[in-house]
Design a protein around this ligand. Sequence first.
Ligand code: FES
Ligand code: FES
Length: 206
Amino acid sequence: MSIAIEFTLNGRPCRSDTPPHWTVLDLLRDGLSLTGTKDGCGEGVCGACTVLLDGQPIRACLVLAVRLAGCALVTIEGLEGEALDPLQEAFGMLGAAQCGFCTPGMILSARALLASNPAPTVPEVREALAGNLCRCTGYVKIVQAVLAAARSRSSDGVSTVPAGASPIDCATEAGARQPSGASGWSATTGDPLRPPGGPCASAPSN
Ligand code: FES
Ligand code: FES
C-alpha cells in the first residue's frame, strides 16, 4: 500500500507515493534518488540526514514521509544554482569538508541558523550544529566556515530555485521499491525532533 502525498520539494511542487512506513530519508534516497541527504546512523544520532522542513532542520531518518504532505522540504540539492551558496563556498574555501559525509547536513543546519540569526556568535554556531557529528574535521573549520558565510551572506532565502520553475516529476517510483533500513518514527536517541508547525503538522488522512 502506498499513500499519495503532495509537497514542495526544493521550491517546486512534488507529488509522490510513499509506503506508510517510509521515512523522509527513505523517500528521498530510495524513492526520488536524491542521495545528497546522507544515511548515517538511521536513528537520529548523527545528523547526516538533516533537511529543512518548513525552514526547520529535521532528521529525515526520524520523520515519516507522509508528514511531508503540504510542507516545503529543502534538501542539499535545493541549493544548486549558477553560483555556490555562501555556505558551500566557505566550507570549500576553508577546508571545512574532508570526506564530506556530514557536509550536507551541516550546511542545512547552518542555513537554518543563518536564516534566523544572520550574525551568530561562535557559541551559537556550535549550539546550532551540536546535533551534526563530524568524524573528520574537529569542527573548528566548520565553525569558521559558518561565520565566514554569515559575513558574506547577502540574503537569507532558503531555496535558490527560481520562482516559476517547472514542477519536478516525482511520480511514484517510491511505491514500487523497498526501503533500505527504514526506521520509522523511532525517536530513540539524539536531539529531540523539532516538529514542523503550520498546516503541514498533520499527516494526510488517507
Ligand atoms: S542518519 Fe543519523 S540522524 Fe539520521
Ligand atoms: S567531513 Fe567527514 S564526517 Fe565530516
